[in-house]
Design a protein around this ligand. Structure first.
Ligand SMILES: [Zn+2]
Length: 259
């Protein structure tokens, strides 16, 4: 009798374990973040590259994320501000992509906004963009991603001074941070090389890394209207990912669900 009981209990335990595994197998597809960089305003209008990309994504019911450059908010421009607010309401995450996106040469060395500058300067850059977004758009930015993805050991300290920021896209140094990190897999991207979406190359990278929990793929919509092929390749990537059944998310949304 005891043996029979042990057998039944063992059987039940094993089968329940199996069912747990079945559940986790139900969604083997990765989360995908569309890291779209460089929202600026030129001649008081949103660049046509952004307009086209957003129109396509909205038609496909796919949400992206928008890397905002802070100095574009300095001059009052209600049309531009409304455009950003609308995207936020649609589910796009607007994130801090620095204040000036600038780089200078000093004694032959290139200094970037978050590489080679003092901690105080870096903190000020981050803070100014946070402040302008709050004041002019009513949006609290929760994610930071540096221009050129270039940072140094001061960036981690500068970010600590900006507690609203929870997520850091593409940290490259070993400096400690309390921010939630989302890292890049260089082989999976929208653009190969930068500014040129390439569906075939994306697909090779995707097939290799599709078992990763999350893929953050980067692109620059302003560059995609220069050549019809670029936008077409981006669209193919999105349609392919939809067919694959990936879950499109944003950095802060992913952070809230996985912190
Ligand atoms: Zn950029």
């Amino acid at each position: 009798m005891t043996k029979v009981l042990v057998f039944i209990i063992t059987f039940l335990l094993l089968s329940s374990c199996n069912s747990v595994r079945e559940i986790s197998r139900e969604n083997p597809k990765p989360y995908v973040i569309l890291k779209l960089d460089d929202l600026w305003c030129k001649d008081e209008i949103v660049h046509p590259g952004w307009e086209e990309v957003v129109e396509f994504l909205n038609n496909q019911k796919v949400k992206g994320t928008i890397g905002l450059i802070g100095d574009s908010l300095e001059k009052d421009n209600p049309t531009y501000f409304e455009w950003i607010k609308k995207r936020e309401q649609e589910g796009y995450e607007i994130w801090n992509h620095g204040f000036c996106h600038c780089r200078i040469k000093e004694n032959g060395t290139e200094i970037r906004e978050f590489r080679g500058k003092k901690m105080e300067e870096q903190s000020e850059s981050i803070f100014r963009t946070q402040k302008l977004a709050k004041e002019k758009l009513g949006i609290t930015l929760h994610t930071f991603g540096a221009p050129y993805n270039s940072t140094d050991e001061h960036t981690a300290l500068a970010l600590e001074e900006n507690p609203d920021l929870k997520v850091w896209l593409f940290k490259e140094t070993k400096t400690k941070t309390n921010k939630f990190l989302l890292n890049r897999i260089p082989d999976v991207n929208i653009e190969y090389p930068v500014h040129q979406p390439d569906f075939e190359k994306f697909k090779i990278g995707y097939e290799q890394y599709k078992s990763e929990p999350i893929l953050i793929i980067q692109g620059h919509p302003r560059s995609w209207v220069e050549d019809k092929n670029r936008l077409e390749n981006f669209k193919k990537i999105i349609l392919f990912l939809k067919k694959e059944g990936v879950i499109f998310t944003t950095p802060y949304e992913y952070f809230l669900a996985h912190k």
